[in-house]
Design a protein around this ligand. Sequence first.
Ligand code: XBP
Ligand code: MG
Length: 256
Amino acid sequence: MSSFDAYLFDVDGTLADTERDGHLVAFNQAFAEAGLSWHWSVELYFDLLTVTGGKERMLHYLEKYDPPFDSISVDLEDYFASIHAAKTDHFKDMVDNGAVALRPGIARLLNEARAQKRRLAISTTTTYSNVTALLSNTLGKKSLAWFELIAAGDVVAKKKPAADIYHYTLKEMGLVAEQCLVFEDSRNGILASKGANLTTVITVNDFTLNHDFSGAELVVSDLGEPNSAMQVLGGSQSQYFADVSVLDVATLDRLR
Ligand code: XBP
Ligand code: MG
């Protein structure tokens, strides 16, 4: 059987459930500090997450919800960039204080993949420093070197659902699509990965459970741990995983 040469990981919702207890809290802290009366609820954030990228999400909120805003005269791009920088600091502080844990099976699979010489990369919309904070605080600083590439945030012009971040990752690593397996958690994520013709495993979470994952080869609850089986929820190749309770390097190669 052939095997995947590289695993490409999304971050938010895939490596960790960062949104509700991380990004959302950080956005609200940054709004309050900036003197804005904005406060995003979990329900509202669920809707706002359809737009990827924190700066883009704030602009979308302003345009769609018309919230109180008396800074009309400011350059919106600069203004949101400064709020976003403060939000990023808050997010990193939370991660540094252990507010976010890796999802089931992530550390296990990363270790197995390294032991079996699979190449690893991150392909994400989130800000670069959020990724390094998350990895350092969950897997240790040394884990940054496990990833050949951390492709993040504004490194590409168009964020997910555009496929740019995956095209960028393939080009930087000298890979073709057939060699890679992607891990994503959302509709925007699979649109991006499939836009680059990449085989994709979806691990759902509370925010994305009901998303349309058409095109995914495998949709699961999580990667599973020996003491906590994952559930297969769908995907075009799901029939090959009926006997599987933990996704590891060997079982994932069934997708190749
Ligand atoms: C993640 C995002 C990010 C995060 C917040 O999407 O869209 O915007 O919500 O991080 P994906 P930033 O998981 O598909 O990569 O504020 O740094 O953008
Ligand atoms: Mg995601």
